[in-house]
Ligand binder design. Sequence first.
Ligand code: BTN
Length: 255
Amino acid sequence: MDRDNLKAALVDRQVRYFESIDSTNSEALRWLTEVPSLTHGSLVVADEQTQGRGRLARPWQTPPGSAIAMSLILRSNVLPQHLVMAASVAVADVIQSYVAQPVDLKWPNDVLIAGKKICGILAEAVWESDAIKALILGIGINLTVDFSATDLAEHAASVADFDLTQTIDRKAIIVDIVGRLDYWLNEETLYHPGLLYITWKNRLVTIGQWVVMQVADVEIEGQAIDVDSQGALLIENVTGEIKRFLAGDVSLKKR
Ligand code: BTN
């Protein structure tokens, strides 16, 4: 990806681009420490991450030339659960314009094609005393990463593994995602997240599935019956009891 082209396409915001970095989320945090007044929408992009981080402290791979690793610094009152809704919807909308297969969402914020994860989202809050100073929204998209000989092959894939409807253009994807996020993170969404919630829910494939929810060391099995507007997943267990989860790790129950 060409650094100057990317910066030229995003003239209205501050952009830091790296050929290689530990993690764009870590760099965003360092940037905020260096420049506490850093403006809303500042963006870190890297071609390669050497210590990319996923949810639940899992590693996230970003080999050079084959993926998108980006982190946006946001100064917004948006609730973290609405932020990840907005991010997953934004990524799904943009990636859908590149592939023939449907782009789905898995609760809470994975983007899938044909059941395989092509994108992960990691939102981190930066606190100052008891207030959130900024939110760091990290987005990782596998474009041409080859998972075939790895243990991730069963669950992970790249956009290029599917039927492409146009040539993959990393810069255009980044610019379009930033644009879609601007659209979703407007004042209207802040106070009336209904449209975002419905759009997110419509792409979620988790509803109706039999799942195992893992929260810390506890596992709960049941059928995912719905999501509410706060982003929580409702699971009904075999005795008919309904439990609500705002966070957790969900996997398909083997039946
Ligand atoms: C997940 O576990 O699904 C979330 C993965 C998030 C990965 C992205 S890549 C850009 C940003 N920098 C990181 O270190 N992580 C996020």
